[in-house]
Design a protein around this ligand. Structure first.
Ligand code: EPS
Length: 376
């Protein structure tokens, strides 16, 4: 069964993923992993840290000559910035007080983390809570995407908007694959221009912006996930995966919150008989009914809050002195929605691959493919 764990700190030596359960015989496109890592670093609204890093995935185990062996796959993404931080971060010995953070940032993990782990320096918890961790999730998620693609299951996504700019148009899976802009990940160039102008304004004001990403899955057959136990429900699992991405505050499947204010006749997808089997006239359910895939495209959206590190610093308290303070303003992105969308795809791929592997099992890809093809 496929399962993913990550480790690593934002300014530590690097980020690490342990990906278990990928069957033997999956030929990996390693260049695609690095291309995605590069794409995650770009996107309008990113901060100065991205000028330091140049992320690449180093596969340490589980792959020989670009083909998976069935063994656990270990992936490393090294932090270049560690050179500048080793005096405060080195596991072998350092001065932790050199980079303490006590003016805790509203919206970040700082204060809740101190309540949980103790002390007055939020450095340890923020280093792990940081969205830097997402680099290695993108790398491992891309391996999972390649596992899914080998079965004919494809994942795509785009940015619906940033701040109050929102693209309400619906796009087909094929349009998304071809039309996602590298600037902010949006589909509509005019709206993207407006969103970028909004980001410029937020930067000038020392403020930050969030956004909405939409994710789609095409080619997934019916019956993945299960209503038999609540933990197995596919929508519940995918929502957990998306909510686990830093700064995500809301997830929708299909109509999502929009379903609550409509009548049943405007929400449920009527069923028809076709030569191949059954079809639905619409896909308001977002491809999941009863916690199972129903054979339609999966449609999910995630709402990403504005980054909690503001250049102008929100009002807070210095936990060491107890005095009012301006929140610490480490270097920060102004808007990371373009990166978040890529990360969300990776998180989705990892969880979906896990759900698929739990149903199909299989030691080698030939066996997994055969089992998938046999499904209705
Ligand atoms: C982050 C703070 C910033 C971001 C970081 C996430 O890091 P730094 O303090 O080093 O400038 O750049 O994101 C990344 C490094 C990344 O690669 O996405 C945070 O506190 O969450």
């Amino acid at each position: 069964m496929i399962g993913l764990t990550t480790a690593g700190e934002s300014h530590g030596k690097g980020l690490f993923a342990l990906l278990e359960g990928i069957p033997a015989g999956l030929e990996l496109d390693l260049e695609a992993i690095d291309a995605l890592l590069a794409a995650r670093q770009k996107g309008y609204g990113r901060g100065a840290r991205q000028n330091i890093e140049s992320d690449r995935a180093e596969i340490l185990s589980g792959v020989r000559n670009r083909v998976t062996t069935g063994a656990p796959i270990a992936v490393a993404v090294w932090n270049r910035d560690f050179e500048n931080w080793k005096g405060a971060m080195a596991p072998e010995g350092c001065d932790p007080s050199a980079r303490s953070l006590t003016a805790v940032r509203p919206g970040h993990a700082d204060l809740a983390g101190l309540a949980k782990f103790g002390g007055t320096d939020a450095r340890n918890v923020l280093e792990r809570a940081s969205a830097r961790e997402t680099a290695v999730r993108v790398a491992a998620g891309e391996i999972c995407r390649q596992y899914l693609a080998a079965l004919g299951v494809f994942v795509a996504g785009y940015v619906r908007g940033a701040g109050e700019i929102y693209d309400a148009r619906e796009y087909s899976f094929e349009e998304i694959g071809a039309g996602r802009s590298p600037v902010l990940g949006m589909m509509d160039k005019a709206l993207e221009g407006k969103a970028c102008a909004l980001i410029d304004g937020a930067r000038a004001a020392g403020d930050t912006l969030g956004g909405v990403a939409e994710l789609r899955v095409k080619g997934l057959k019916a019956g993945f996930g299960s209503p038999m136990t609540y933990r197995e429900k596919l929508d519940a699992r995918l929502a957990m995966a998306l909510m686990s991405v830093q700064s995500v505050k809301g997830v929708e499947v299909g109509l999502g919150f929009g379903a609550a204010s409509r009548r049943g006749s405007e929400v449920h997808d009527e069923i028809t008989k076709t030569a191949e089997g059954f079809a639905r006239k619409t896909n308001r359910a977002g491809g999941i009914e009863g916690g199972m895939s129903n054979g339609e495209e999966l449609v999910l959206r995630a709402a990403v809050k504005p980054i909690p590190t503001l250049a102008r610093g929100l009002g807070t308290v210095d936990v060491r002195t107890g005095e009012p303070a301006r929140a610490a303003a480490e270097r920060s992105d102004v808007c990371a929605i373009a990166a978040a969308e890529i990360v969300l795809e990776g998180a989705l791929c990892a969880e979906l691959a896990a759900a698929v592997s739990e149903r199909l099992g299989g030691d080698c890809m030939a066996q997994v493919r055969e089992r998938y093809e046999k499904l209705r």
